[in-house]
Design a protein around this ligand. Sequence first.
Ligand code: ZN
Length: 298
Amino acid sequence: MKDYLVKATTTDGMFRAYAVTAQEMVMTAQKDHDTWSASSAALGRTLIGTVMLAASVDKSGEAITVKIDGKGPVGEIIADSDSKGNVKGYIQKPHVHLPLNVNHKIDVGKAVGVNGFLEVTRTSDGEDPYTSSVPLASGEIGDDFTYYLAQSEQIPSAVGVSVFVNDDNSIGAAGGYLIQVLPGASDEAISKVITRIKQIPMISELLLDHQTPEEILELIFGKGKLHFLSTNPVAFYCNCSKTKFARDLEGIPVSQLEAMLKEDDGLSVTCNFCQKHYDYDEDELATIISVAKSRGKN
Ligand SMILES: [Zn+2]
């Protein structure tokens, strides 16, 4: 199944719902960052939550950056998504593998830790970025997105994110759902949805069983109870380029750039998000230095 995200509302107008299948997205992240099981699950869940959060933003053109740091073994996790389903991410410690928890699942809560924050930055063209953060609820990531939406955005929500890692470290399935309670929803309808969410298997298990995101939402709300509004592709995609990194380099103090030119005859940078390398030879570095110098004069 190709990766995609589906948006829906319930026919009674009480809920908005998103579901995503994202195996290829997490596979790409796994390969780029060479992540082991616990790191794959932690980074994958963060990517899935972030791409759904970005899709749930009404304003088009707004980008979302999520930073999670629970002081656990995987360290800091960053994910960045535009509103069109392009998401990229980074995990500080990719080589973390932990014994399974009591439910025979990857212990993501332990890998991420719980002594820290989930921070969300919203960026849209021509406006100052807006950042808010909440303490981590469990480090399991789905719970933490749920808590963020309730606390910071005052939207009662339920977020489920899950990644199934095969024994050989490859990604068997990955996906999630995000459900938002709309104004006017009855208490009875809300408790029914909560009960259903508790009853259904993990999303990655449903996806392994070849259920589609649409079918997963129908499992929660019932067949015929949803209006499907749109389906959009999602992917792990990094928009870095040699030109973009050159622009960042132009911001480094000239003395440092000149020292690099003298010592190393050039410069090599690696993108944190996709691990791509960019090399700048002597001439290219000299051009960067002259731009940096001319900026300094202004
Ligand atoms: Zn990159």
